[in-house]
Design a protein around this ligand. Structure first.
Ligand SMILES: *Cc1c(COP(=O)(O)O)cnc(C)c1O
Length: 464
């Protein structure tokens, strides 16, 4: 038999055989799938993984437009069928690739922004002020002023911001309507207290008095975002109840009726948090459970005839499942304790959320052989660059592909330009076409803003 006839695995290189005990058939930590099988995903949204890599390289982020639109529509439907006055916001920080934002705006989402940079992005994309909510703890004065002029909905985070807004009101000679951000105890841990004004301590009511005393602003909305990846629909019911009650307290004292109740985001996706060993479908409540809890709490607490706008600002739950990452094996090794390890071409630089997620990792092509617990190292020359500490995989070879999902939330915004270039991002349209939505970076992207003083120009160096 000539070398060419050997399979890829056989041809690579000789490896000393090892005997390892495999525990199959018993309860195990490999989340549903037996350790002897790993799911194969040779297509993403109907397009072959190999074709995607051939055209766009590896690693590669891949978004499914259909999955994104469907998810958004099902969330919208869950709420609009239970409550007549609903607005969905899109949390830019979760994924501000232009195409992702544009798709969600086409579906009717307004922009939920938390910084000047995001504000600039939304405006550049053509979003009007009346379709923007400005949140976040850092709103520079000039951004606030622009937001007021643009007619943006602003939720105030702290007292200094109130002062800035009062100065802007004086400057423009107008009363400014604002929402105030609350933090409150909805019975979940951790209880976020760093954003907005605390409700239970009376701080929120003090802020209201402060605004009244200033005489420049008017409160017309309440906002609170109690956390992220919240697995308990009832937490939202407690949040809504507290918000509505505060709203009526403000109304009875000052006559300001709440036009909107903005409950933030925080719905989970089907990803798995580290420390959970079950399949995500088993754990994650359905969006209808959240809609039930939230809308029931509204109906139970609102006065009859008062139908304030319910604003949702979901990020993760909308986009996470629409995103996948194709990565390739670049090297295989055995650790001194016998554990099989792989170096793959995507690490924490691209998958920032790997610090708290156990991703769903599928084979990009069938691979024959018994699975064994393996480690997946990213390409960084950094000890912390580990994508999976113990994942059951058959023996992989260089060039084999893995498909990592669900990665649409927070990775394409928190990815690091660190050690490597950031790769292509493609969108698979509803008709199965592939569109490049972010081109891979090259050196010019990294160095465009750098300046090298002439006196530092390199002349000559000794060879290594
Ligand atoms: C991040 C954020 C969201 C979205 O949160 P998810 O957990 O991704 O749904 C919504 N509102 C505000 C104010 C945020 O900061």
């Amino acid at each position: 038999m000539s070398t060419a006839q050997y399979s890829k695995e056989q041809s690579e290189h000789y490896e000393k055989p090892m005997i390892r005990k495999l525990k199959s058939g018993l309860m195990n930590k490999f989340a549903g799938a037996s350790p002897n099988q790993r799911k194969v995903k040779s297509e993403i949204a109907g397009v072959a993984v190999e074709d995607l890599v051939a055209k766009y390289g590896s690693p590669l982020f891949v978004y499914s437009e259909r999955a994104l639109r469907r998810k958004f529509c099902s969330m919208k439907q869950a709420f609009t069928t239970r409550y007549p006055n609903v607005t969905l916001g899109w949390s830019y920080k979760t994924n501000y690739l232009k195409s992702i934002c544009a798709i969600l705006h086409q579906e009717g989402a307004i922009a939920e922004l938390v910084s000047k940079m995001e504000y600039d992005k939304a405006k550049a994309l053509g979003v009007e002020g009346k379709n923007i909510i400005l949140n976040g703890p850092h709103k520079p004065y000039a951004t606030l002023e622009k937001a007021v002029r643009d007619g943006v909905t602003i939720n105030v985070d702290h007292l200094d911001e109130i002062e800035d807004l009062e100065a802007i009101a004086t400057q423009l000679g107008q009363t400014i309507s604002v929402g105030i951000r609350l933090n409150l105890d909805a019975g979940i841990q951790p209880c976020w207290s760093r954003f907005g004004f605390n409700l239970e301590s009376g701080q929120a009511m003090e802020a209201v008095h402060r605004i009244v005393t200033g005489g420049k602003l008017r409160i017309n909305g309440l906002h609170s975002h109690i956390g992220t990846f919240i697995m308990e629909p009832e937490a939202y019911a407690r949040q809504v109840e507290k918000m509505v009650q505060l709203g009526y307290e403000i109304e009875s004292l000052y006559g300001w009726r709440m036009d909107y109740i903005d409950i933030g985001g925080g719905f989970p996706s089907r990803s798995r948090l580290k420390g959970t060993y079950h399949a995500a479908e088993v754990l994650t409540p359905a969006i209808d459970d959240y809609a039930d809890a939230i809308c029931d709490a509204l109906w139970a607490n609102l006065k009859s005839g008062h139908i304030p706008k319910l604003i949702l600002e979901s990020g993760r739950a909308v986009v996470d499942e629409a995103g996948s990452l194709i990565t390739s094996v670049c090297g295989t090794k055995r650790l001194p304790d016998g554990t099989r390890a792989y170096v793959i071409d995507a690490g924490i630089n691209l998958l920032f959320t790997s610090f708290w997620y156990n991703f769903d990792i599928a084979l990009g092509q069938p691979v024959i052989g018994e699975c064994e617990p393996s480690v997946l190292y990213g390409p960084m020359c950094m000890n912390i660059d580990v994508i999976a500490e113990s994942i059951a995989l058959p023996a992989l070879s260089r060039g084999d592909r893995l498909v990592v999902s669900t990665v649409g939330a927070y990775n394409n915004t928190q990815w690091l330009q660190f050690i490597e270039y950031r790769p292509n991002v493609v969108l698979i349209t509803e008709s199965g076409d592939v569109e490049l939505i972010r081109e891979a970076e090259d050196l010019s992207d990294l160095e465009r803003r750098e300046r090298l003083p002439a006196r530092l120009a390199i002349t000559s160096l000794e060879p290594v």
